[in-house]
Design a protein around this ligand. Structure first.
Ligand SMILES: *Cc1c(COP(=O)(O)O)cnc(C)c1O
Length: 221
């Protein structure tokens, strides 16, 4: 039987209302993505530009592609024409580049600010002050071709559930604070992307409304 389709259907059955599933298809071939697509999945996440631009032309045009991995500024131009959301904005300069490439492409690109929430050195991401700097610049410079739709974060890769929960709760707190301070009258700031295959249930309990699931759908990488 078709395991990928089964996984998609099962995932949708157990996901609470209002939580968006991003199927993380990195390292998986276009055929696997098609299996998920045929089961009704439309939102897919990739973490490398090269992989995203090679798969994009092979697959249906109504797929919404989310960039979820670290993004170099010189590569934004390759995805600006079609990407549906960039979840991994981690510097002001990257954000400015996304704005100018979106302008050239005649588009407005939805973005999430990626926070550093894990107790690990290796993960990219912003702290509160840096996020505020981006939000202020976005307003002052009137960057009309980017939208700030919320926050994204990755918890520490650990079995310590309490720690993971604490990190998610911290991100939720940052989201609430920023929304109150800057987005009172802007409903597009509404997404908290947190939770992967191993920790999405905790993330949803802590307020996530976008989960990014790879191995639970496509199998181990
Ligand atoms: C790979 C990846 C995921 C999905 O990871 P799984 O554990 O396979 O579900 C989610 N988010 C990001 C940013 C990733 O790079």
């Amino acid at each position: 039987m078709n395991q990928i389709a089964d996984n998609i259907i099962r995932m949708r059955e157990i996901l609470p209302e209002g939580v968006t599933l991003v199927a993380v298809s990195k390292t998986k071939p276009a055929e696997s993505i098609m299996e998920a697509y045929e089961a009704g999945q439309r939102i897919f996440g990739e973490n490398r530009v090269q992989e995203l631009i090679s798969k994009h032309p092979l697959l249906p045009v109504d797929i919404e592609w989310h960039m979820i991995g670290h993004l170099q500024r010189n590569k934004v131009k390759y995805i600006a024409g079609f990407v549906s959301m960039i979840q991994s904005v981690d510097t002001l300069r990257l954000f400015e580049t996304i704005n100018s490439e979106a302008l050239k492409a005649g588009r407005k690109i939805n973005c999430l600010l990626q926070f550093h929430i894990a107790r690990e050195e290796t993960k990219f991401g912003l702290n509160m002050d840096e996020a505020i700097e981006i939000i202020m610049a976005w307003r002052e410079k009137k960057m009309d071709n980017v939208n700030i739709c919320g926050l994204m974060g990755m918890a520490t890769y650990t079995d310590n559930i309490d720690q993971v929960r604490e990190e998610f709760r911290y991100l939720r707190g940052c989201f609430d604070e920023l929304r109150e301070r800057f987005f009172e009258s802007d409903e597009s700031f509404s997404y908290i992307s947190m939770g992967m295959s191993g920790d999405w249930e905790i993330a949803v309990e802590e307020g996530s409304n976008i989960i990014r699931i790879g191995s639970n759908i496509f199998g181990e990488r």
